[in-house]
Structure formats: structure tokens, C-alpha cells
Design a binder for this molecule. Structure first.
Ligand SMILES: [Zn+2]
Length: 278
């Protein structure tokens, strides 16, 4: 069933677990994420990144996810990930998305706040949740997010931003990266603790792929209620499909497609167990 993004995450922060937000870009990834939730009875966020618009249109994603979620008794939210376009956000709201992420993280603070508040006004009028981002994540390996210099989120700015924009969730930058880590992850939980002390809405951790379990547990204990995973799903599926093709069997595309669903579920279920157990 489809549920409210805000309710899902407010409950998670209060009860100290995190909801996994997994990126999708085709039927196989959508099915892999929703089936993982249903089979483990875990609430899940299906995240469609605006960067994947060349793969699927927002109204197609909306129709597919809403149909599949209706056949599942486990809570599903459909989220638009990393979007800079007001026009695409409006289309997602109309397509029945539960929430949208307006990414103004590259803008100056005041401008990010102004644009985010404008998105909140439109989205909330339709009952749709909003996530925004303050600070910037660096890009690691195998990511197709934009490259950026790392800027940690300022707790003082986060407090003002959350109060003035009325966003439902705030993505913070504390040392995780988009993609796989190039070296040893350096995550500053101290910064997160300062943010969580002054911002009471659910906090979001981008760059879940490859983040060590101990760090994830500490983050969840300190206000993180949504964790994004994208790259590791892709890396695992591509590696396994490459191995299938190398096996010499004559594969039909329909069989590869079914195998892909299984490869997606391996990573999604691993993270679901970790986010819940923390
Ligand atoms: Zn992200």
C-alpha cells in the first residue's frame, strides 16, 4: 500500500530505525525493491532520480509503482530523488509521488531556502512530502551523480532552514559519498549529533552504499531516518549479469530480466536488515 512519506519517516526517527530509499530506473529495479519490502515485511521507499528521466517518465514510474504497491500489504512510498527542476517536481506531484527531493544544495544558503520553500508550498498543497539538502557530498566511484566538493552541513544553518522552509526531511552531509568509497570512509557523527540536537524532523543520509555497519548504526541512533542506496545495487547487478553472460549459456533477454530482479533484491534486503536492526 502507498503511505505518507512524512508519517513513515517521523515514525522511523521516533523509533530509531531507518527506512531504506532505493533507486530504481526500470521495471526490474522497481519490482526488486517492492518485493524485498513485501517478503521481509519492511516499509520501503522507491526512489526515482531525476537523472534517470532518459530511462522512464515520471508518470510511467508513478503508474507502475502505484499499481505494484496496491498489490502489496507492506508500506511503500514513492520518492523523486535529486531534482533541480520545478517543472519535473510538479509532474511528479501530479503522477502520485509520495514525496519529492528538491536539491538546491549547490545554491547559496538563502537561495536554497527560498526555492525549497516554494517547492514545499506546491507539494504540501497536494499532500506530497518534501526533502531538501544542505551541504554537499563528494562523489566516489561508480556513481552517476554530479561531482561536487564536500561541504559539511552547518547545524546552525540546518536549524534555520528546517524551521523556515517546513520541509519534511533534511539530507545532511557528514562525510558519506555518492557512490562507492575510494578509501576508508570518514564520517563525522559529531556533526550529525549537533544537527539532530537542533533539528527535530527526520534526517536523511545519502551515499549509503558501502558505508560500514557501525557507522550506519550510529547515524540511526542520532536522527537519521532515511538512508539512500543506489550504486551498490547497480554494481552488484552489473557484475552478476556479466558473470551470467560469461558462463556460455545462451540466455534469453527475459531470463536475464528475471535474474536482474534477484540481484537487486540481494542488496536491498541486506540493507533493509541493517537499517532495521540498528
Ligand atoms: Zn543523493
Amino acid at each position: 500500500m502507498m503511505v505518507s512519506f512524512s508519517d513513515m519517516l517521523t515514525t522511523a526517527r521516533r523509533e530509531r530505525y531507518a527506512v531504506g530509499s532505493f533507486n530504481v530506473y526500470n521495471y526490474e529495479t522497481i519490482r526488486g525493491v517492492i518485493e524485498s519490502g513485501r517478503e521481509t515485511r519492511t516499509p520501503v521507499i522507491v526512489a526515482f532520480g531525476a537523472g534517470y528521466l532518459p530511462n522512464m517518465e515520471v508518470d510511467e514510474v508513478g503508474a507502475l509503482v502505484r499499481t505494484m504497491a496496491a498489490a502489496s500489504d507492506t508500506p511503500v512510498a514513492l520518492h523523486l530523488d535529486h531534482c533541480k527542476s520545478f517543472d519535473v517536481i510538479v509532474r511528479a506531484v501530479k503522477a502520485g509521488f509520495s514525496s519529492v527531493m528538491y536539491d538546491g544544495s549547490a545554491l547559496p544558503f538563502e537561495e536554497n531556502m527560498r526555492q525549497t520553500a516554494r517547492v514545499v508550498e506546491v507539494a504540501h498543497a497536494a499532500g506530497v512530502g518534501v526533502e531538501a539538502e544542505l551541504g554537499a557530498l563528494a562523489r566516489g566511484e561508480h556513481s552517476n551523480e554530479e561531482d561536487a566538493s564536500e561541504i559539511y552541513t552547518s547545524p546552525d544553518e540546518a536549524k534555520v532552514f528546517a524551521q523556515s522552509t517546513k520541509v519534511d526531511a533534511l539530507a545532511v552531509s557528514i562525510g558519506t559519498v555518492h557512490g562507492m568509497y575510494k578509501g576508508v570512509p570518514k564520517v563525522d557523527v559529531g556533526v550529525l549529533k549537533k544537527i539532530a540536537a537542533v533539528v527535530d524532523i527526520p534526517l536523511v543520509l545519502h551515499g549509503g552504499s558501502g558505508t560500514p555497519e557501525a557507522i550506519i548504526r550510529e547515524c540511526i541512533a542520532n536522527g537519521i531516518a532515511k538512508i539512500n542506496v543506489n550504486t551498490e545495487i547497480s554494481v552488484n547487478a552489473v557484475d552478476k549479469i556479466r558473470a551470467l553472460l560469461a558462463s556460455g549459456k545462451g540466455w534469453h533477454l527475459s531470463e536475464i530480466s528475471r535474474e536482474e530482479v534477484g540481484f537487486v533484491k540481494e542488496i536491498v534486503k541486506k540493507y533493509m536488515a541493517l537499517f532495521r536492526a540498528a
